[in-house]
Design a protein around this ligand. Structure first.
Ligand code: SF4
Ligand code: SF4
Length: 381
């Protein structure tokens, strides 16, 4: 396991971080709950195996994750890790809620403080909300009274919003972004990642496997992996791509079984910053292209075609369709499209007015694509 300095904070963290949103579960009556003995054994094995960064959040596992993490970190394990949790911004109705939630979370975790407290899933709208609630005053107070060691934010939006949030506060101690070899131009983007690094703000990566999709590649991608210059599994390529970046401190993996944990510990034993050769970096770009070549509609998601007078959610339909083709998951598309059909936003609402095609900078034959996609959906029913 490689350890890297966590920005300017004076301590190091393991490159593999334990994400606690997909802990092992079991059914209990009607509900699914965390399999506590299994989860605790995994967390402790991970820490014994070298992991020194643990990430949880208020909503994970319906609120149970923080409690289980707290239990796992008893018996001397808390002192071995950097512990992060997150403020559920959506639960903040008035300013004093931020204090109340933090206190509740510390109680759940059964700790007097957390090392990092992140504003959870920040985006443009939530930045406004947090500003209105004077988030900097709240974080300054929590720093002063010792309930948190460093403030940060996790992020889901586009590059412009990322830069705005980054620039909004000079005390960010870290940021957490979605990043993998398919998403280098999505969300915060590679540019955002580099910008954070330039300011000495350590970056923690989530979704390195894109919710597991990169671990089970379609045939053409697997064929490419089999012919790679270096022998690595799909998962190893995805992790190696991110570990290569010097700006990345920790890569979170949401592990659900001891087998996954052991596999990750093995993989991270050989990953280092700047560990890829130029040939290998070129190969990760080829991997991305192999996925993109499976994307039938060349929609960039710019949304210039919105709003449609018939409320057809064009970019969302194309995104769902493309994703299902890229990752060979037809069921996923059918479920998402059924939801849009239920809400009256599917392609069958289109009256072919042509407004979207006139607005599309990619000159896509939107109407034709919508008809084809709707036909595929109906045929599958
Ligand atoms: S052509 Fe169809 S999808 Fe496009 S704007 Fe008109 S109604 Fe909406
Ligand atoms: S305008 Fe074209 S490229 Fe942009 S979201 Fe709509 S369909 Fe996609």
């Amino acid at each position: 396991m490689q350890y890297v300095p966590f920005g300017p904070h004076g301590f190091s963290v393991s490159r593999l971080g334990f994400g606690c949103m997909r802990l092992p579960t079991q059914t209990q009556g009607e509900s699914t709950v965390i399999d506590r003995p299994a989860a605790i054994a995994m967390l402790r094995r991970g820490i014994d195996g070298g992991i020194t960064y643990v990430d949880t959040a208020y909503p994970y596992h319906g609120g149970e994750s923080e409690t289980v993490v707290g239990q796992a970190l008893k018996d001397g394990y808390r002192e071995k890790v950097t512990l992060t949790t997150k403020l559920p911004i959506w639960a903040v109705r008035e300013e004093k809620d931020m204090n109340r939630l933090l206190d509740e979370q510390l109680k759940n975790l059964d700790v007097p403080y957390v090392d990092f407290y992140l504003l959870h899933a920040m985006n443009r709208d939530r930045l406004e909300q947090m500003r209105a609630f004077h988030y900097k005053d709240f974080l300054a107070q929590a720093l002063r009274d010792g309930r948190i060691r460093h403030p940060g934010f996790s992020f889901h939006d586009g590059k412009a919003a990322f830069m705005e949030i980054l620039n909004d506060y000079d005390q960010w101690g870290m940021c957490q972004i979605q990043y993998n070899y398919l998403d280098d131009q999505e969300q915060a983007t590679e540019e955002g990642l580099r910008a954070a690094g330039k300011r000495g703000i350590p970056v923690v990566i989530m979704e390195p496997l894109r919710g597991g999709a990169l671990a089970n590649p379609p045939k053409n991608v697997q064929t490419l992996i089999d012919s790679a210059p270096t022998r690595r599994s799909a998962v190893e390529w995805a992790f190696a791509y991110i570990a290569d970046y010097p700006e990345v401190a920790t890569i979170l993996s949401g592990m659900s079984s001891m087998e996954q944990l052991e596999d990750n510990l093995r993989i991270f034993d050989s990953l280092t910053v700047g560990g890829l050769t130029e040939e290998e970096r070129a190969f990760t770009r080829a991997l991305k292209q192999a996925y993109l070549s499976r994307m039938p509609v060349k929609c960039t998601g710019c949304r210039y075609c919105q709003p449609c007078p018939q409320e057809v959610h064009i970019p969302d339909i194309f995104e769902a369709y493309n994703q299902s083709k890229m990752f060979d998951r037809p069921g996923q598309f059918l479920r998402r499209y059924a939801g849009m059909a239920r809400d009256g936003h599917d392609a069958s609402q289109c009256v072919q007015c042509g407004a979207c095609e006139a607005a599309c900078p990619q000159s896509l034959s939107i109407i034709e694509w919508l008809q084809q996609i709707d036909r595929e959906y109906r045929d599958a029913q």
